[in-house]
Design a protein around this ligand. Sequence first.
Ligand SMILES: NC(=O)c1ccc[n+]([C@@H]2O[C@H](COP(=O)([O-])OP(=O)(O)OC[C@H]3O[C@@H](n4cnc5c(N)ncnc54)[C@H](OP(=O)(O)O)[C@@H]3O)[C@@H](O)[C@H]2O)c1
Length: 268
Amino acid sequence: MKQFAVIGDPIAHSLSPILHQETYGQLGIEADFKKIHVPSDSLQPFMVSNNLDGFNVTIPHKQSIIPFLDVLHESAQTIGAVNCVHDGKGYNTDWIGFLKAMEINNVELTGKDCVILGAGGAARAVAYALIQASVKSISIFNRTHEKAEELSLWIQKISNNKTITHEHTNTSHHVDIIINCTPLGMWPDTESVPKIEIQKGQILADTIYNPMETTWLKKGKDLGAKTIGGLDMFIAQGLASADIWFGEKISKKIKLEPIKKVLKSELC
Ligand SMILES: NC(=O)c1ccc[n+]([C@@H]2O[C@H](COP(=O)([O-])OP(=O)(O)OC[C@H]3O[C@@H](n4cnc5c(N)ncnc54)[C@H](OP(=O)(O)O)[C@@H]3O)[C@@H](O)[C@H]2O)c1
């Protein structure tokens, strides 16, 4: 039987095993998916000794795993973070998950003015996705100004100056889409909200999926924004990983609603 896993620290609350077991159940695949607690000082022994057929990588190893891999897929190389490993090769499927979530929710990205809240790993993956979708502009709003500036320069570089960037914006006038890539609002600190104005008609996308609807999204909905939670992105990044591990389009064969139903029942 094929063996898969997600590694991280902490890992106890990961929903990846439920997502993948449901997928295997739907398709009648004989495989197992575990969560493995790997603290930072155990990453090297884990990499040397594991016999897994593939695994997902979460906090805090998305960058620190890179020196232990033989090769990186182009997107993981550019983003500088890996969340999926197969056969010694590192991939990034977070950006694919974000694009898929936008597609499922009928969000057209091309030509749009976007704001990213945060400048960490998720922000980078989302920025990469927005560039692939040819948005018009990306503004970064981040607590640490230097990191916003760094991300802004990176966006200009990888888009060959095709994407207009602004760093440390705190206004959302003339903005079509705002994406929260900070942990503000994530369980258990569910009352925290990003400090940015919301305009009627804007699209708000959260990368947080626990809770399914953050306080920020609830507030946005009340103000007349269209809102999208992070669960679709989470499911799509997992299915994109399964596509890599099995070498076939698992993601095209899956019914999303039953998976969502099971995951929802696990969320706070
Ligand atoms: N749905 C999905 O599939 C998916 C996939 C990946 C990540 N995510 C979510 O994305 C979020 C970010 O993850 P990450 O890996 O990007 O984390 P990260 O690399 O640690 O970056 C976090 C960012 O949030 C900012 N931040 C943290 N605490 C803050 C606070 N109290 N106030 C204001 N800003 C704050 C940080 O600002 P500084 O630069 O000032 O430190 C940093 O820019 C998490 O909630 C994670 O669950 C979801």
